[in-house]
Design a protein. Structure first.
Length: 120
């Protein structure tokens, strides 16, 4: 469950460490796994293309709040995480560290699933 001003970790190789959520697309006040949000870059590794303070789109891939699945099970992660997206809503990076939930497979994010280390 991601709200406005939530700080998220970045789990890709774009060079960004943390993001702050500034808008959630879809007309809701709460973002879940698979939602696209607008973010402000907070911390960055030096000498990368993306700079601190820039505004980018991001995809939520992990949340601390448990997510219920259709088979009755639930999934929960230790931290809130996202990945940076380009303007065409494709991943900015070439690698995603750690597993991603299989809920992303049903959406239009098959590229995200293919470059990740695994699915849960």
């Amino acid at each position: 469950m991601i709200q406005l001003n939530t700080i998220l970790n970045v789990t890709d190789n774009s060079g960004v460490k943390t993001l702050k959520c500034i808008k959630i697309f879809g007309g809701s006040f709460i973002g879940y796994i698979g939602d696209i949000i607008t973010t402000s870059i907070q911390k960055v590794i030096p000498h990368k293309k993306i700079r601190s303070g820039e505004v980018h789109k991001a995809l939520i891939i992990r949340t601390s709040k448990e997510t219920n699945r259709q088979d009755g099970s639930s999934i929960r992660f230790f931290s809130n995480s996202a990945i940076i997206l380009t303007e065409k809503e494709t991943p900015y990076s070439t690698r995603i560290f750690g597993p991603v939930p299989k809920e992303l497979r049903t959406n239009k994010f098959m590229k995200v699933v293919s470059i990740s280390q695994g699915t849960i």
